[in-house]
Design a protein around this ligand. Structure first.
Ligand code: BGC
Length: 752
């Protein structure tokens, strides 16, 4: 089986290479499938095609629209509550698609499958914070294995939208603000998921960058800007991960819904990138039959969430009428089967019943990601804490019982259950989200690591009481939280519910205060100067409590780096708050008061920063953030030396990294290049995480993908990099030009 699988994957890859976008571009009109004669040489395509030829019209149509199990009226003996179900064709061994969310583990929102728990990874931001593609692969392989063992064969993973706004609700599900980092890690995670002979998606294509008005907003951006930012992240991820399916987004992009967007689906994805798999819609993102089909959407998902079933009888009628060509109908089915064959799913059907899972082993991986991805932001000699401490006080965020998780379709009901769950009062998220804690108690973990200490917990609701409890303690660990969820943006990145005042009061009572942030992105820190240390633990997942204890007491040396810029003030970001937020908040308030009001109307969001996302924006606007992209401290220290730069056709940079401290630790040196004739931008061009013993030196060589430096030229329809001198530096973060240099590069052009 294994050999077969490898064979089919390799041939799939080889065939992808053979069908270069340029070759297909010459023969393929935007709205049609690749020419049969060339694709037929691809064995995966040929096998899919042979199956399509044996399917009846009814069978084809059935495979093109998926059910939403919680709402569907259809009955299927093997359907369980989850995100999706698409009946297969048993006589042809075409598998039923059993779909589950998502990137952080096998989700089970509001415990729709009673008692079904799974391993919860930390927020994807923690994974991004590791800067370790290997951990992305391992995490994907782990959650994919759990999905399969739970009889799912499509994991709706691969969230890779770039963080454009620090308050955006789903930032925690994504991999930060840089196309290279996000693309590499998403690609590896998808590759890991699919190593289990199941399908992974990549999502949400494209520009689903805010939650406010996500079903109606129109994301507006120029093509070149889009290609050099969000699309580049997708492109890199897809080249590495080869996801069998792409999920199109809810929002509009430049006037057209993402799921009926000819430019995004037919032109970019299927023509320029020669994508052979299928485009599935997000749940409730379809608005038409003929337009969507002809614009490149292959499958309607969760049909009960759309206004109607567009890809059932309507589609059949559209084919009969000639509005959709029979060849396009076959193309849609063939693309789904391509993914089902390419991943090895067709030859390795998912088990009919649940299989055992080694949760203890998987929890270790969740903990490792939390340990390697948490970011130490400040440490004035307070950390690591001493295990010989006499009295330690923990404050806030239910740290006695667990750690916070992000809300939405990605919500995993983790092993051990949810010690705290708070329902929402109104808003779109209320129907499928509760504020949920994983059962990983920091209190217990601290007690275990410092068994001689008196360790107590106080909830922090009363700042004066918390300050009194903190007085005289050897260390105070204050847990600050900022909850984020799908379907709602945060009103602000300031800590809510008076937490700034709580931190002020506690820090005034005891300077040995470390703030542990549980957040889905940046927060403002008006109290930064007053506390001894700050650790950004994100939403740290199933074993977050243990990971935090290990980091604070030095059993793990912090090595995470920020995958997104932390602003010093909200006004530094391109938009201080979510466009549409006041309107949406007023609607939610009115509904809470029992009034019937219309949903928010469509509105444009102009992405004025264009491709200058995140740190690129801060560099362009000459803004000094609170903490820059790539930043993170360690209990040891690193230096860089001996830079060599090889220019010419491809940029290659080498340098030495030395651990000059007394502890083993890991560092992530980063290469930044300023490039762009169309739009000059600072760009992350490479990075590598290195583990070093005290005193050890390692030489690192980074080879740069020229697209990271190039302009996207809309007129030439491709990448262009002019010959010339390019300023670069190697440093510890985006603002650290530790080793400056110059590269002299030859001109280069590349296909889109
Ligand atoms: C989300 C997707 C998710 C789908 C199925 C949608 O609301 O945007 O990310 O995969 O639901 O649960």
């Amino acid at each position: 089986m294994k050999r077969l699988r490898r064979l089919s994957l390799t041939t799939a890859m080889a065939s992808l290479l053979a069908f270069s976008p340029a070759a297909i571009a010459q023969t393929m009109p935007t709205k049609d499938s690749p020419p049969l004669a060339t694709l037929a040489q691809d064995p995966v395509w040929a096998r899919a095609d042979a199956l399509v030829r044996q399917m009846t019209l009814e069978e084809k149509i059935t495979y093109l629209h998926g059910l939403f199990p919680p709402l569907t009226k259809e009955k299927h003996a093997d359907m369980i509550p989850s995100a999706g179900y698409v009946p297969g064709v048993p006589r042809l061994k075409i598998p039923t698609l059993r779909e589950s969310d998502a990137s952080l583990g096998v989700a089970n929102q509001v415990e729709q499958r009673k008692g079904d728990t799974a391993t919860a990874l930390p927020a994807s931001l923690a994974l991004a914070g590791t800067f370790e593609p290997e951990l992305a692969y391992a995490s994907g392989a782990m959650i994919g294995a759990e999905a399969r063992a739970k009889t799912f064969n499509v994991l709706l993973a691969g969230g890779v939208n770039l963080t454009r706004d620090p308050w955006a609700g789903r930032n925690f599900e994504y991999l930060g603000e840089d196309p290279l980092l996000a693309g590499m890690l998403a690609g590896e995670s998808i590759r890991g998921v699919q190593s289990n002979n199941i399908v992974s998606t990549i999502k949400h294509f494209a520009l689903n960058a805010q939650e406010t008005g996500r079903h109606v907003m129109d994301a507006r951006i120029g093509e070149a800007d889009l290609r050099e930012s969000d699309l580049l992240a997708f492109q890199i991820a897809m080249e590495r991960g080869k996801p069998a399916s792409v999920m199109c987004a809810y929002n509009k992009v430049n006037g057209d819904w993402a799921c009926e967007n000819d430019f995004l689906l037919n032109r970019v994805l299927k023509k320029d990138w020669a994508y052979p798999g299928w485009v599935m819609s997000d749940w409730g993102a379809v608005h038409s039959t003929v337009k969507a089909v002809n614009a490149g959407l292959d499958q309607q998902s969760g049909q009960e969430l759309d206004k109607q079933i567009f890809f059932g009888e309507d589609l059949k009628a559209a084919v009969a009428k000639g509005d959709v060509k029979p060849a396009r109908l076959d193309d849609m089915v063939r693309r789904i089967l391509y993914g089902v064959i390419q991943t090895g799913l067709i030859d390795n059907p998912t088990p009919a019943s649940e299989q055992p899972i080694d949760y203890a082993a998987n929890a270790k991986l969740a903990q490792l990601v939390a340990e390697r991805g948490s970011v130490l932001l400040k440490n004035q000699g307070l950390l690591p804490l001493k295990k010989t401490a006499k009295r330690i006080v923990l404050i806030g965020a239910h740290a006695d019982v667990g750690v916070l998780s992000g809300g939405g379709s990605s919500q995993v009901r983790s092993v051990g259950g949810a010690p705290v769950e708070i329902p929402l009062n109104g808003g779109e998220a209320a129907s499928f989200v509760r504020v949920t804690w994983h059962a990983s108690s920091p209190l217990k973990a601290v007690q275990a690591i410092a068994p001689g200490a008196e360790v107590t917990y106080i909830d922090g609701k009363d700042p004066a009481a918390a300050a009194r409890a903190a007085q005289g303690a050897d260390a105070v660990i204050l847990f600050a939280w900022h909850w984020q969820t799908e379907a709602a943006d945060a009103p602000s990145v300031a800590l809510p519910e008076g937490q700034d005042a709580l931190i002020d009061a506690v820090a005034a009572a005891n300077k040995n205060t470390v703030v542990v942030l549980e957040s889905g992105g940046p927060v403002l820190m008006p109290w930064l100067d007053k506390v001894g240390a700050v650790l950004a633990a994100w939403y740290p997942g199933q074993r977050g409590g243990e990971a935090i204890a290990n980091l604070l007491f030095g059993d793990a040396n912090p090595s995470g780096r920020l995958p997104m810029t932390f602003p010093a003030a909200e006004k530094q970001a391109p938009r201080a708050s979510a466009p549409g937020w006041p309107e949406q908040a007023a609607i939610d308030d009115a509904r809470r008061a029992g009034k019937k009001v219309d949903a928010i109307k469509g509105f444009p969001v102009e992405y004025v920063e264009g491709a200058a996302v995140g740190y690129r924006w801060y560099a362009q606007e000459k803004l000094r953030p609170l903490f820059p992209f790539g930043y993170g401290l360690s209990y040891t220290s690193f230096t860089y030396a001996n830079l060599t730069v090889e220019g010419g056709a491809a940029l290659k940079v080498s340098f030495d990294v030395t651990n000059g401290g007394k502890l083993a630790g890991a560092d992530t040196p980063q290469l930044y290049v300023t490039a762009g004739k169309r739009r000059q931008m600072l760009r992350l061009a490479g990075f590598q995480k290195v583990d070093l013993a005290p005193g050890a030196t390692q030489r690192v060589t980074l080879t740069v993908d020229p697209r990271l430096l190039a302009d996207y030229d809309v007129n030439a329809a491709g990448w262009t990099l002019p010959a010339g001198d390019y300023a670069l530096y190697v440093g510890a973060h985006a603002g650290d030009a530790a080793l400056p240099g110059t590269a002299t590069l030859k001109a280069w052009t590349g296909k889109p």
